[in-house]
Design a protein around this ligand. Structure first.
Ligand code: SDX
Length: 428
């Protein structure tokens, strides 16, 4: 491997060091480029630019590989729990039984939110999108825990902020759903595990307990594990950028929720179901919609297909597709949009437009079908993505702060008007 990259500019030669990661990824460190040459690099959408080094998640888009702290997600999805994976991502190693019990129990003790939060929640119109509510209420945690604003919190204080966020996000998410349907909220039951507690808060009624189905609880655990981190995606990069300004964990995660909401990112799982419903309502002709997706003059995109990094099958999509079949069979559900999804996948994987562009189903293509089978409404799907991604956001924010990374401030190339004098309005 070369130790340096030589860049020749205006007849002068500059040497930039080459760095290599533990999985043989290579990069040219250009941090001294501007000081040496006056040049900066330009890379719209950061498609070829590494923002940082990280020890948390490794993915290989060509091979369809995804590891959390070195552990393949296939093994974690099969054998671990979401809380154990959250501990792994945040603290870097699989917990001992004692560490896992402590982490779990601390989270259970912080699931309640301040009752004043219900007043904020009541202020939202019932049609408010739950992602907007979630972002606002997570940011409001800075008001209930102002000590979290201190950028020099001790390790214990940061750990408490982490516990509070992991514990309260499911409560806030479930309460935003109950608020949107005008039902009374459910309080957390600390004897339940993380996923069971969330399902209880989502679906119990004052008149009727929610009956926990182990198939559903297992499917939710799996889905949250598969969404838990994904290196420097749009929302995680947002969390790191906001946090690099010494903004609090709560305000950094609130910003990440806003980024995830975008339909090109985490909002795609809602857009996939809306797309499948649209195809079903239109008569179910998947070939017609494949043609629309290929038509440059048609804004229609095959939502849930394509990925910035995966140029092979998204490994998460494989696991979720299998879990979808298992959950629907176990629940005795025959969802016609699953058949449409499979037809679309089959057609796209055999169509040169998608094959040439290496467009495969991504994590969002099947996840909505499971959420729907569980009874989660479509506009809550991206909230489910946020619940899963939370430990990843926390881990990445914590790593950036512990590494004392500088405030993020990209450069630009100005292409606007050159200097000109002000012209009074009467002379314009
Ligand atoms: C997530 O980054 C992450 O890790 C994200 C994520 C995570 O875990 O955090 O994995 C979660 O966000 C998954 C992606 C969910 N989004 C969608 O499913 C929306 C549909 N997909 C796309 O809009 C698109 O594929 C992106 C946004 C995901 C990726 O876009 P890129 O990398 O910027 O690629 P591009 O838009 O430049 O597309 C390349 C070509 C273009 O055609 P040409 O101009 O070369 O002719 O592929 C076409 C695009 O038009 N294309 C599609 C398409 N996706 C890309 N054409 C039809 N349908 C699609 N879905």
């Amino acid at each position: 491997m070369s130790e340096f990259a030589e860049i020749i500019l205006d007849g002068k030669s500059y040497q930039m060091p080459v760095v290599e990661g533990t999985e043989n990824e290579k990069a040219i460190d250009i941090s001294s480029l501007r000081a040496q040459s006056g040049y900066v690099t330009l890379d719209s959408g950061y498609k070829n630019t590494g923002a940082t080094t990280s020890e948390i998640t490794f993915l290989d888009g060509e091979q369809g590989i995804l590891h959390y702290r070195g552990y393949p997600i296939e093994q974690l999805a099969e054998k671990s729990s979401f809380i154990e994976v959250a501990y792994l991502l945040i603290y870097g190693s699989l917990p001992t039984q004692q560490e896992l019990d402590d982490f779990s129990n601390k989270i259970r003790l912080h699931t309640l939110v301040n009752e004043d939060m219900r007043k904020i929640l009541d202020g939202f119109p019932s049609a408010a999108h739950p992602m907007g509510i979630l972002s606002a209420l997570i940011s409001s945690l800075t008001a209930f825990y102002p000590e979290s604003l201190n950028p020099n919190q001790s390790k214990d204080e940061v750990d408490l902020s982490i516990i509070r966020l992991m514990a309260k996000m499911p409560t806030i998410a479930a309460w935003s759903y109950k608020n949107s349907i005008g039902h009374p909220v459910n309080y957390p039951k600390n004897k339940l595990d993380y996923c069971s507690n969330f399902l209880h808060m989502m679906f119990a009624y004052p008149t009727e307990e929610y009956e926990l189905n182990p198939v559903v609880v297992d499917a939710l655990n799996k889905l949250l594990i598969l969404h838990a981190d994904h290196e420097q995606n749009c929302s995680t990069s947002t969390v790191r950028l906001v946090g690099s300004a010494n903004a609090s964990l709560y305000s950094s995660v609130s910003a990440g929720i806003g980024a995830l909401w975008g339909p090109l990112h985490g909002g795609a799982n809602q857009a996939v179901i809306e797309m499948l419903e649209q195809i079903k309502a239109d008569g179910g002709d998947s070939k017609k919609f494949i043609a629309k997706a290929k038509d440059k003059d048609d804004p229609f995109r095959l939502m849930g297909f394509g990925h910035r990094v995966y140029k092979n099958f998204d490994p998460r999509a494989r696991i979720i597709k299998k879990a979808t079949d298992e959950v629907l069979t176990a629940l005795g559900i025959n969802d016609p949009i699953l058949d449409i999804a499979k037809e679309l996948e089959e057609a796209a994987l055999n169509d040169s437009y998608f094959v040439e562009r290496k467009l495969y189903p991504n994590v969002d293509f099947y996840s909505g079908i499971i959420y729907r089978a569980i009874g989660i409404p479509t506009d809550m799907f991206t909230v489910m993505f946020a619940l899963g991604r939370l430990p990843g956001w926390i881990a990445q924010w914590k790593e950036m702060r512990e590494n004392k990374e500088p405030i993020g401030r990209p450069r630009q190339i100005y292409t606007g008007e050159t200097k000109r004098d002000y012209v009074p309005v009467e002379k314009r």
